[in-house]
Structures are given as C-alpha cells and as structure tokens.
Design a protein around this ligand. Structure first.
Ligand SMILES: [Zn+2]
Length: 193
C-alpha cells in the first residue's frame, strides 16, 4: 500500500490532496467550535470526528505499525534511497516528532529516508511504503526546492498515516492523529541539522 503526501503542480508547488484537505478543514472547524479540543464522550475519552457523523465516541486508538525488521532493500519501482549528509538528522527529527506528537515507541523496523522518486511516484513530496518495506520516503529534489516547512508538513502527514495504518486512509482516526501531531509539534524540532 502506498500513501502520497501531496502533489506538486508543474511549477513544483506542492498541493495537498484536495479531498483530504477539504475533509481536514471541516475537522478543524469542528475542533474550533468545540473549543480547540475534541469533546469528551460518555466514557470520558476524547471523541472522534468524521464528515458523516460529526463527533462520536472513540472505541480504540492503536498503532497498527507491524513489528519486525525492515525489508532491507534500497530501491524499488519508482524510488531509490538517496544518501545525504542529512540522513541521520532526518531520522532523528522524525522520531522526535513521533515521540512528542504521539507519545508512542518508534514502530519497529521503520525508517525515514531521503529518496529519488520517479515513474509512479513522480511529482510527490513524500511516499509511505507500508510492510514489507516500512519506509517513509522524502523526495530529495522537492526538499531541496521547498525547504523545511514543506518537509515538516510531509512528516506530520506521513507519521499520522503510519500511526493509524494503511487501512484507515483519511478517516476520523487519521484526522484526530494528524491534529495531535500538528498541535504538539508546531515547528520542526531543533534537532534538525
Ligand atoms: Zn494523506
């Protein structure tokens, strides 16, 4: 399964997938009306939201990231890992975002790496390859063009996807999780470079 963070226009400007963005904006409006945080349900837990139901009780939040080592390959259809001097810093900042945003242990076997993307991944700022790959790939060329704020958006989005699992897509768990990460990690953490 593959998740695309955002499209780029021919001019290289990233565009968040429009349906996902619209849905997220509605979610943010609902959060604002609720006073900035999800309201609590009868069970005392913060509720979840989606476009169809509005707020509804949370049954579970779990990370579905699989355990086990990474697949170990360095390239595949439309991607190749790029060795850069920022590799260690990228991995470190992604892990800090994860810990601060979600307060969960880093999912076993997952790596965050710069890569060259082309073919089926052409034009994307970031791609998440789920098991067996367990890779979040940040397009090196796009990062060099667009800089840290674009990287930050990509990491927020991709880490939220990693947390909720590929089957959830842009549903209520995704929105809640992305909001948590954005709220807790408003800026790229100073570990970056
Ligand atoms: Zn997404």
């Amino acid at each position: 399964m593959i998740e695309y963070a955002m499209l780029k226009t021919p001019a290289g400007v990233p565009v968040v997938r429009s349906a996902a963005l619209e849905s997220f904006e509605k979610f943010q409006a609902a959060i604002e009306r609720a006073g900035g945080r999800a309201p609590r349900g009868a069970d005392g837990e913060r509720m979840l939201w989606n476009e169809q139901r509005g707020w509804f009780p949370r049954t579970e939040i779990e990370t579905r990231a699989m355990s086990g080592g990474s697949f170990g390959e360095t390239s595949g259809d439309g991607w190749r890992l790029a060795v850069t001097r920022d590799d260690r810093a990228l991995e470190a900042v992604a892990r800090e975002m994860w810990h601060i945003g979600l307060r969960l242990p880093w999912p076993s076997g997952w790596q965050v790496r710069f890569a060259d993307l082309w073919g089926r991944h052409d034009g994307y700022a970031a791609v998440t390859l789920y098991a067996p790959h367990r890779l979040i790939l940040i397009d090196r060329e796009n990062y060099l063009e667009r800089g840290d704020s674009d990287l930050e958006r990509s990491l927020h989005e991709e880490l939220a996807h990693l947390a909720v699992g590929w089957a959830v897509d842009h549903g209520p768990l995704f929105h809640t999780t992305l909001h948590e990460i954005r709220t807790r990690c408003p800026k790229l953490i100073p570990a970056w470079r």
